[in-house]
Structure formats: structure tokens, C-alpha cells
Design a protein around this ligand. Structure first.
Ligand code: ADP
Length: 711
């Protein structure tokens, strides 16, 4: 075969090959339903069939000049992405190519497209003829002529991309629009899986439920809490819904936290399930902020509750008022501003309410009371600005017709704006008060009369007192004079009397010669009467000395038993004569005594001689005892004699007093013995007591302290 034949055959085969590959690409392009596989097929074909070093297929976004790299060959991903950057201004080479809609050769590197290497390169616009291009084909070439394959490919792929790109761009743009729309919604909107994990969330939802990697710790925690609460609300919503209601919206309240402010928020959650194209079930949720609504509802509820409470209080207040009014005994009437009666308590009804079954008289009395009250109220109205009016009314008891003097006090009840809303009138029955006032007047009269009498009586009493005082002074002076006289007289009596007794004794002893029996008898009488007289004089002397304070205490230590022995010895002749059983009894542990021995002895002597004198038979006992509790000694003289009537028991201790003081009395004596005993006992710091009954004997007891104190 010749060289020309070989070349011709090779050319034929090449053309055949090219035709086949063009056919394959054309078929591939026709089958494409998306821009990207279409672009990929083109760059692949160009690499093989047009000898392009590096090539890329870019398309325009539907709006603006931004390019998107669909497929590339001989370029890295980053270089591809750099090509797709938004070209700035009209000066950009690619913008110019797109604007002119014609292929252009760039012989060398030209910013800002350094990515295509240092050699020359072509930018071929892609699209339908007569319509603005939808994309660009970029490829590096060795020469400045546009290869035929490139022109062919551009012509094929242009219309296909023009068909596919706008739809895709629209879809992408549509998605962006949808996103912008849901972001514009003021409520949080989100699509989650069934566990509540967000897949798509608008800005508001993201603010509540999404925390970026650089979010603060506080925000992360708040978001975690919100996610937890939200997931739980979703779970309970779907379990409550059940399969039957899975398509409907479900409402519930979800308390969340504002992660930015930390405030509590209340949302109403509307959720519904949707089935995604991949068959998975997702949940669309819309949250509506009802925080303010919740607060308002709460405030409304609170106001309503308060209103009810106030209402209840007012009702119970009214009941209480009714009870108070009814429990007041005085009549009370509440009138309206025109004087009409609004309410009255029970006592007021008795005066002002027409009795149902009352007589004509009772009715006319009620009318009369009404008229009286009305004119009283009219006075109050005319009274100008005064809030209170007091007046005296004369009412009538409808039941009995009795006049009732009343005091009425009316008070105006004013409203918030000072307007008259009612009048309260309280009546007070003055019958009792008037009666009391009358009685008081009477009491005053009587008391002033009494006072006058008392004054007279007091004056008289004062006069009497003065008289008595003077008399007492006179008596005191007389008594002192008497005592002095008696002391003097006694002394004066004793001296001659002792002389008489001395001489009588001498005569009886026969100093002047033997005496006849008759002389002896008479002298014995003289002696006995003289001694009696001496005894009387001595006793009078004792009393006057005591009264004149001339009988001082002579204190010494002595024993009672010895003292009693002496007394017994002195009275032995009388005891012997009396035929009485006389004995002494000494109590146990009788202590020594510090007192006036002579005075104790004188008292005991006196008591014992009285006992012997007034006892005819039986016994006389002298008993001494010590009472440790009071440190007191007692010497009791008990006899079985005539006894003393209680009527005389006090009297016999007075001077010259005897039970029997008649001239025919059976017993001798002066009546001074016991009064001396009492005086002496007093001087010792003690006393004399008596227990006796007529015919049953007597017990005279001397009580005196173990240790006498000098007065
Ligand atoms: P006098 O014995 O000298 O009359 P008194 O003062 O000693 O005076 O006694 C006064 C009166 O008390 C006696 O007159 C007698 O009536 C009565 N009286 C005193 N002691 C007894 C007694 N033991 N029993 C009965 N009466 C007595």
C-alpha cells in the first residue's frame, strides 16, 4: 500500500472513531436528567478527544453572576472551587465572556484565574443560541484556534444545560427561599426525628435548641435542658396520639428556658408526623411563645380568685353586720338619703313597724313614732354640713302606749366622693337614765342632809370627847390623890395599930397581971380584929404601892419546890384546922426560876388561902409544871369548894369585888386579894387564869415566864 493510501485509511478510521465517540456522547447527553452527569461526560470526552490539558464545566446560578463548578479534569477540587468564586465587577474575564456570549482565547496567565496554568486557554460560553449563556467551558489549549471538537461539544451540551440548569437552580433557590421563609417565621419551627433530634431548625428554634461548638457553658446547659424537655414533650405527644391521630397536629405546653437571658418561657407545641421521601418518619414542630399569655392567664385567675374572696368577705361581713345589729338592744334604723327606711333591727321594728295583728291604737302609735322620726331626720338634712345630729325624741311604746323618752343620734354615711349614701340612727331609751338622774338628785339631797347632821354630831362628839378627856385627867389626878391618901393613911393607921396589937399581946401574955376569962376573951377579939384591920391596911398599902410604882421587882434564882414548902408551912395551922386533904404535885423536870421570889410566893399564898377558905370538904391541890414550848411555869391551885358562877369570874379580879358582898356574907375578906394577885402576875410578865363552875370547885393558875425581864 502507498503512503497516501495509508494516510487516507488512517484519516478514515479517525473520522469513523470520532463519529462514533460523538454519537456516544450525544446519546449520553440526551439521557441526562441532571446537569452534573452531563458536565462530567463532557469534560471526560474532551480530555479524550480534544486533547485538553485541563478543563472544567461551570454553570451560572439562576440569580446573580455566581458560578458553580459541575465537573473538572486536571484540576484539584480547590482550584475548581476557586473558579466558582463570584466574579467581581465587569472587568472579570469570565463575566465578559458570558456577557459577549462568544468564545474567547486567553493567551497567558491572567489574574484572577491563575488556576488554569501558564499556557493559553479558552473560555467557551454554553447555552442555547440567542439566549444568555447558562455556563462556561474552560480548557487549556496549545494553540489559539478553538479546536473543532470543543466547538462541537459546546454546541451539543449548551442546549442540554440550558434545559437542566434553570430547573436545578430553581430548586436550589427554592430551598433557599423556603429556608428564608421559615427563618422569617417568628415562632420556632423545626423538623426532628422521632427522638427529637433536630434535622432542620429555623433561627428561632436554633436559638432555643442548638448550641454551636463555641457556645458558652451556660448556653450549652440551657440548650441541653431544652432539648431534654422538648424530646419528652414530643415523646408523650406521640404516645398519647396513637397511630390513629398521627397525622393531626397535637397541642401541648412546654416550659423552656431562654438560653440567652435565662428567663423561663412557656411554649405551646404543635407537632405532627410526616413521612420523608426516604420512608423515615419525622416530626414537624411549631412552638408558639405563650409566656405572656400564661402570665396573663395566671394574673386573670388570681384576680378572679381575689374577686371571689372579696365577694365572700363582703357576704360574711353583711351577715356579721346583721347579727351585730340584731344583738344591739337599742333600736337602729338605716335610712336612704331621701329618708326612706332601708333596714332596721328587731328593737327598732317594735317601735316603727306596723304590727300585723295590732290594734288600731298600736297602729296609730307607730304612725306617730314615724312622724316624730321623719321630722327628726328632716332636721338633720337641714342641718347643713354637720355629719352628726343628736336630739331628744318622745316616742310611744305601740304595745303599751307608755311614753319612751329617747335620745337619737343620727350619722350621715358618705360615699367615696363625699355624696350622701345613707343615714344611720341609733336610739337610746332614756327612761332609766332619767330615773337614775332623779334618784341621784334624791340621794344628793339626802346625803347633804346627812352631811349636815354628821357635822352637828361630830361637833357634839368632839365636845363630849373634850369633856371626857378633862374628866379622865381629873380622874387620873383623883386616883393619884387617892393612892397617895391611902398610902399615907395606911402608914398612919399601921403605926398605932401595931402599937394596939403589941399592947393587946402583952396583956394577953399576963404582963399586967392575971386576966379573967371574960377579959381574956375580949382581948382576943381585939387582937383578931386588929390583925384583920392590919391585913386590910397591908393589902391597901400593897395596891397603892403597886399603882404608885413603888413596888419594884427583886429578881433572883430560886427553886419552886422549896417555895411551895414554905407556903405550906406558913399556912400549916389553917390547913390543920380545915380537915381538907391538901397536897402538892410537882411536874417533871422543873427548872430553876429567875424571877421575883417574894411576889410569886405572895400570889400562891393568896390563891391557896382562898382555896382553903372557900372549900368545906374534899381536897386542895397545888400543882407546879414547866411548859418548855413557851418557857413558862404554871402553879395551879385546885379546890373542890363552892366554885364561882361564870358571871362573876371576871369581876372578882377587880378591887374590893367579892361574889357575895352583902352585909350578911358568910366569908370574910377584903376583896383585894385577887386584884393584887393579878397586878403582881402582870409585874412578873405573866397572868392569873380561872376555871370554875358553881358547886364544882375552882382552879386558879398563875402563869409566869421562867426568866422574868425587868420592866
Ligand atoms: P377576899 O377573899 O378577901 O374576899 P379575894 O379578892 O381574894 O378577896 O376574893 C374575892 C372573891 O372571890 C371572894 O370574896 C370570893 O367570893 C371569890 N373567891 C376567891 N377564891 C375563891 C375560891 N377558891 N372559891 C370560891 N370563891 C372564891
Amino acid at each position: 500500500m502507498s503512503r497516501r493510501e495509508d494516510e487516507a485509511e488512517a484519516d478514515h478510521e479517525r473520522r469513523l472513531g470520532t463519529a462514533e465517540s460523538r454519537l456516544a456522547l450525544a446519546e449520553q447527553l440526551l439521557a441526562c436528567d441532571a446537569a452534573r452527569p452531563c458536565a462530567e461526560a463532557v469534560v471526560e470526552w474532551l480530555a479524550h478527544h480534544a486533547g485538553a490539558g485541563a478543563c472544567a464545566c461551570l454553570v451560572r446560578e439562576e440569580h446573580g453572576e455566581q458560578l458553580r463548578c459541575l465537573a473538572s479534569r486536571g484540576l484539584s477540587e480547590a482550584q475548581c472551587a476557586a473558579l466558582a468564586l463570584v466574579p467581581e465587577g465587569d472587568g472579570h474575564p469570565l463575566v465578559e465572556v458570558l456577557a459577549l456570549a462568544a468564545p474567547r482565547y486567553f493567551p497567558g496567565p491572567r489574574p484572577p484565574l491563575p488556576v488554569l496554568g501558564t499556557g493559553g486557554w479558552f473560555a467557551v460560553p454554553l447555552g442555547r443560541p440567542g439566549v444568555p449563556p447558562v455556563g462556561l467551558l474552560l480548557l487549556s489549549t496549545s494553540g489559539a484556534a478553538l479546536p473543532k471538537e470543543v466547538a462541537w461539544v459546546a454546541a451539543r451540551v449548551g442546549p442540554v444545560l440550558a434545559r437542566l440548569v434553570p430547573a436545578e437552580s430553581r430548586e436550589v433557590a427554592g430551598r433557599g427561599l423556603l429556608r428564608r421563609i421559615i427563618d422569617a417565621v417568628a415562632d420556632p419551627v423545626l423538623l426532628t426525628d422521632q427522638a427529637g433530634r433536630p434535622r432542620i431548625a429555623n433561627t428561632r428554634a436554633e436559638a432555643l435548641l442548638v448550641a454551636g461548638p463555641d457556645a458558652s457553658e451556660g448556653r450549652r446547659r440551657a440548650v441541653e435542658l431544652n432539648q431534654h424537655v422538648f424530646a419528652r414533650a414530643l415523646a408523650s405527644a406521640s404516645s398519647a396520639d396513637g397511630p390513629a391521630r398521627s397525622t393531626g397536629f397535637r397541642r401541648r405546653e412546654v416550659p423552656l428556658v431562654d438560653p440567652a437571658e435565662g428567663m423561663d418561657l412557656l411554649f405551646e407545641l404543635l407537632s405532627t408526623q410526616v413521612v420523608e421521601p426516604d420512608g423515615q418518619v419525622a416530626v414537624v414542630s411549631v412552638l408558639r411563645n405563650v409566656t405572656d399569655l400564661g402570665r396573663a392567664t395566671q394574673a386573670l385567675g388570681e384576680s378572679y380568685r381575689r374577686l371571689r374572696a372579696t365577694e365572700r368577705e363582703a357576704r360574711s361581713e353583711r351577715h356579721r353586720l346583721d347579727r351585730v345589729l340584731d344583738s344591739v338592744a337599742d333600736p337602729i334604723i338605716l335610712s336612704d338619703p331621701s329618708g326612706g327606711t332601708v333596714m332596721m333591727n328587731d328593737p327598732a321594728e317594735k317601735l316603727f313597724a306596723l304590727p300585723l295583728d295590732g290594734s288600731q291604737a298600736a297602729r296609730s302609735r307607730v304612725h306617730s313614732n314615724d312622724a316624730t322620726f321623719s321630722s327628726f331626720l328632716a332636721n338633720l338634712m337641714d342641718g347643713g354640713g354637720s355629719l352628726r345630729w343628736r336630739g331628744q325624741l318622745s316616742l310611744v311604746d305601740p304595745a303599751t302606749g307608755a311614753t319612751l323618752p329617747m335620745e337619737a343620734v343620727a350619722s350621715k354615711v358618705l360615699g367615696d366622693n363625699g355624696e350622701l349614701t345613707g343615714i344611720v340612727t341609733l336610739f337610746h331609751d332614756r327612761t332609766e337614765a332619767l330615773e337614775k338622774a332623779r334618784l341621784l338628785e334624791r340621794v344628793k339631797d339626802v346625803s347633804s342632809q346627812l352631811e349636815a347632821r354628821v357635822q352637828v354630831a361630830t361637833a357634839e362628839l368632839a365636845e363630849q370627847n373634850e369633856k371626857l378627856r378633862r374628866q379622865a385627867i381629873q380622874l387620873e389626878q383623883a386616883s393619884a390623890a387617892k393612892s397617895q391618901f391611902l398610902a399615907n393613911m395606911s402608914h398612919e393607921f399601921r403605926t398605932p395599930l401595931n402599937a394596939i396589937l403589941g399592947y393587946t399581946n402583952m396583956l394577953l401574955q399576963g404582963v399586967s397581971g392575971e386576966l379573967t376569962p371574960s377579959q381574956k376573951r375580949n382581948l382576943t377579939r381585939i387582937d383578931s380584929n386588929g390583925r384583920h384591920l392590919l391585913e386590910v391596911i397591908n393589902e391597901i398599902l400593897d395596891i397603892t404601892r403597886i399603882e404608885a410604882g413603888r413596888m419594884p421587882l427583886h429578881l433572883s434564882d430560886f427553886a419552886i419546890p422549896e417555895l411551895l414548902q414554905e407556903v405550906m408551912a406558913e399556912l400549916d395551922p389553917i390547913i390543920a384546922r380545915s380537915k381538907l386533904a391538901v397536897s402538892t404535885e410537882l411536874g417533871a423536870r422543873l427548872p430553876a426560876v429567875h424571877s421575883d421570889r417574894q411576889k410569886v410566893k405572895q400570889v400562891v399564898l393568896n390563891l391557896l388561902s382562898n382555896a382553903l377558905k372557900f372549900t368545906h370538904e374534899g381536897s386542895v391541890t397545888v400543882r407546879a409544871e414547866y411548859v418548855p414550848a413557851t418557857s413558862t411555869l404554871t402553879i395551879a391551885v385546885t379546890d373542890t369548894g363552892i366554885g364561882i358562877d361564870p358571871a362573876h369570874q371576871e369581876k372578882i379580879f377587880e378591887d374590893f369585888q367579892q361574889v357575895d358582898s352583902s352585909p350578911t356574907r358568910a366569908y370574910g375578906g377584903t376583896g383585894l386579894g385577887l386584884s393584887i394577885c393579878r397586878r403582881l402576875a402582870t409585874m412578873l410578865g405573866g397572868r392569873v387564869t380561872l376555871q370554875s363552875a358553881p358547886g364544882q370547885g375552882s382552879t386558879f393558875t398563875l402563869h409566869f415566864p421562867r426568866r422574868a425581864r425587868r420592866a
